[in-house]
Design a protein around this ligand. Structure first.
Ligand SMILES: [Zn+2]
Length: 140
């Protein structure tokens, strides 16, 4: 598979592999169109590298974007939808310099939250949607 322009997979300081920018991205700029396959919750597929598209639809990321790590203070954000066979793209929400690791907020629901090691000063301690954090803490 061809490497996505402007991105490179590396060992990450955050977790496992990560994706760094090889050039600058401006706020609002498209970082990548995600190559992936839409699947339905009934299908019981591997959801490890899948985005939630809404309702019971998921999008399995098949290119380098699957290695993008979570951050509680991300520089990217996912736009995605279940229509037209499913689609997703990563967009810059902060100015990104060459060498910066690309991140987005995974926004997990409380029931699938995981400990977070993103290192951001505003780290929530868990990979969980900000709105779901009280629910998670309550359940502990
Ligand atoms: Zn964090």
């Amino acid at each position: 598979m061809a490497a996505l322009p402007g991105l490179r997979v590396v060992r990450s300081r955050i977790h496992g592999y990560g994706v760094v920018a090889t050039r600058a991205f401006a706020v609002g700029e498209l970082i990548a169109e995600v190559d992936g396959v839409r699947w339905h919750a009934d299908e019981d597929l591997d959801d490890r590298y899948s985005l939630w598209l809404g309702d019971d639809w998921f999008f399995d990321m098949l290119d380098q974007t699957r290695w993008i790590n979570h951050s509680c203070a991300p520089n990217g954000e996912v736009e995605a939808g279940a229509e037209d066979g499913g689609w997703a793209r990563i967009v810059a929400i902060r100015a990104i310099r060459a060498g910066d690791e690309i991140t987005y907020d995974y926004g997990f629901t409380a029931d699938v939250a995981e400990p977070c090691s993103c290192g951001a000063p505003t780290c929530r301690g868990y990979i969980v949607d900000a709105d779901e954090l009280p629910l998670l803490l309550q359940a502990m």
